[in-house]
Design a protein. Sequence first.
Length: 407
Amino acid sequence: MSTLILFVLLLLFLDALVSAAEAAIYSVPLHRAKFLADKYRLGKILLPLKESMERPITTLIALSNFITILGSVMTGIIADRVFGEEWVGAFAAVLTFLVMVFGEIAPKRLGERYAEHVALAAAPAVLALSGIFTPITWLIQKITRPFLGSVPKTTSEEEIAFLAGVAEKEGAIEHEENRLIQTIFRFNDITAADIMTPKPLVDFIDGNRTVAELAEAVKTAKHSRLPVYENDANNIVGVVHQRNLLIALANGEVDQPVKNFAWDAMIVPESRPIDDLLKDMREKRAQLAVVISDYGNVVGVVGIEDIIEELVGEIIDEKDVAPEFIKRVSKNEIVVHGQTRVAYINQFFNTEIKSKKNLNGFLLEKFGEVPEEGVVLELGGIRFVAEAVGPRAIDRVRITKNIEKVV
């Protein structure tokens, strides 16, 4: 009887060791293994196991099965002698339960919970066993590889994004950190057309006109960098900084054509992903890119600030419209300046209007043209009324929301 108990305990102990080691090594992320390799001697043994997981994991799985099968056969023989043949079936059922709980599930849970400690402790033994069992693991790998194909990536973008969301819910990271992670993964899906300032909102200037002729337009321009064209607004020849033209005015260079102060414009298609666009703008030291359609027509401009805002959120500069350009009429009604960022409106009015643009750009996109005064747009429980409209833009909008339904 004592021999049987010893065999069962030995079987459970060996199987538990292998299961815990397998779970621990699998659970330690590669970046943590690299950190441990720099810090601990055992970490230097663990790192190559993590970098080439197939052989050590195959070794541990094969060893676990070998222990379980051999142990079951041996304990079955001993149980037959102790209890008799009629009790072997019942003993096998009990043994299976013990192996499943104490040899597999519990050790693997412990291995996952204390992954780094267990993995470091087990690394030398696993490395040695991988060497001893090389012929067997090599054969297993050769047999199974045609069925498995290429080894997939251990972690996908979707998994990282999901884990970031879980980490925020559990308080491990802040909301802004999670938002930044999610944005980074969406970065290459956003195009220049998604974030550009549309053409009707851009101050284009005729490069053939003099500084004196455009003095007033330059002083009142809504943006500091102005696209310069010749003959036609679709023929962009450069970009000029508002500051340079004001300096020219101060220096008396009023008879010079504006194009003399412009530098080459960066032209990009509207389908250009903004991660690639950011690289291009950094390489060319460009602060502004002119966006064109598939037909070569200018459709808008993108500033480097617009791209950065996709990552870090709204950046307020001296030309941005501040939240005070929103006037509350009642609990469910506000009057808003057309240049107010939609993000400000959402924060002020507790709505979820999905747009990175200002209100004017958002509504022009929905209307498809500059509307007449009084035109109404109803969208997802929110009513937009164009109260004041200029030649190229919507200057003032009255917004009323239905609190039972928001965008």
